[in-house]
Write a protein that binds this ligand. Sequence first.
Ligand code: ADP
Ligand code: GLC
Length: 482
Amino acid sequence: MKNILFAASECVPFIKTGGLADVVGSLPKDFDREKYDVRVVIPKYTCMKQEWKDRMEYVTHFYMDIAGQDQYVGVLKTVLNDITFYFIDNEHYFGGFAPYDGDPKWEIEKFAFFSKAVLSILPVIGFRPDLIHCHDWQTGLIPVYLDNFRYLGEYYRGIKTIMTIHNLKFQGVWDTKTVRGITGLPEYYFVPDKMEAYKDANLLKGGIVYADKVTTVSNSYAEEIKTPFYGEGLDGLMSARSGDLCGIVNGLDYEDWNPATDNRIAKSFTIDDFRKNKPVNKTSLQEELGLEKDPKVMLIGMVSRLTDQKGFDLVDYIMDELCQDAVQIVVLGTGDVKYENMFRHFAWKYSGRVSANIYYSDELSHRIYASCDTFLMPSLFEPCGLSQLMSLRYGTLPIVRETGGLKDTVEPYNEFEKTGTGFSFCNYNAHEMLNTIRYAERIYYDKKRDWNKIVERAMSQDFSWKNSARQYEDLYRSLIGE
Ligand code: ADP
Ligand code: GLC
């Protein structure tokens, strides 16, 4: 039996702001339980739902030095679906209204504390991982601290690490002097072939340099990040580490996201009865959101963080033109104020046809995936993307830009070969996107039989974790054996 510890800043069902939480919460369930004991450690945020906090039991506590101070480190745990989750408790760091509050220096201190704490709790929780699987910049310091901790004695030697990049845009960057002060790490680590990048300290870079293997969440993104356009300044490093870098596409929790059993939606449906039952969801959602009730109109959905990454400037550019067509649009998301207000504006201007829901709701997201005919995701870059996988699962055809994981998971419709599971366009161009949406409209309205065949193909895709979990197991095996 091999011990694996996932370390991350978010994880469903406890706390979620994006796809990272879905991955960290669902992937551990799909490993071979005979061979791997996979556990997860995340911060205990005050803003977690009370029902989850109530389930946590106290394990231990101690004090640890960080940012020149002695800080409380509490450890709690809970077991869910046979997986053990650990929570690191410190209200000074994790007491805010949300996991991230946008102050970069504070975020760095917070997650430096978390990363050091993850290693520090190991000897006292009775679980020594053979491998720590780190996710995103918030855990980038773990491989670095591990290198540093080797000098503390035998215990930490031989623990392997994997760094998975879910989004290279976020790296945890601040000036070297401050980060040295926070982390307490020696000057040795703050040089260009270690944690320093462009004169600053870069936590993700530290993780990438010191991890034994580096992965990202799709094959295309693994290639893209070796180029300047997608590399976010680290393309040289990604190329240098390309021998240890691979892409493993994300999967979905197929129990949680299942149109046949989903009790959050008005009417469950399957590949055999979606023609009859999927429209019931549409009219029910139209009623719920104050859209004109019409089972026939093409309903376009978006569920997303409202940021530049997701291509909303393209949407803004063509929204008036698109609203001349026979379509309805529903958005669920929060993020940049400019995009929040843009959607509020269009919902006011095209009342009854555009619905803007500027908040976070897991429940509503399920109903949107189930009810829409098509899902729009024109990302500028997309490491993997889970929303298009959720859409495919619910027979809602994705319209995507051909980038990263979107390119790897959505096969564009080919009307001659009768293949494909959605629609896609190549260039980051608003009218190329609009033309693709209009092409989808033509299929939807004029070739309904063909449309329904695409829905069947979409719904019969398998994006469960089955395949990808095996690939992670292979990677673990290459580092820690059987
Ligand atoms: P990213 O991680 O870049 O935000 P993904 O497509 O990988 O993009 O994952 C986004 C996840 O967050 C999906 O599960 C999506 O349904 C969910 N999500 C985003 N915004 C909201 C929201 N406002 N309410 C509910 N779920 C949301
Ligand atoms: C990031 C990426 C998204 C990916 C998710 C989970 O948030 O933006 O594309 O699906 O992580 O890996």
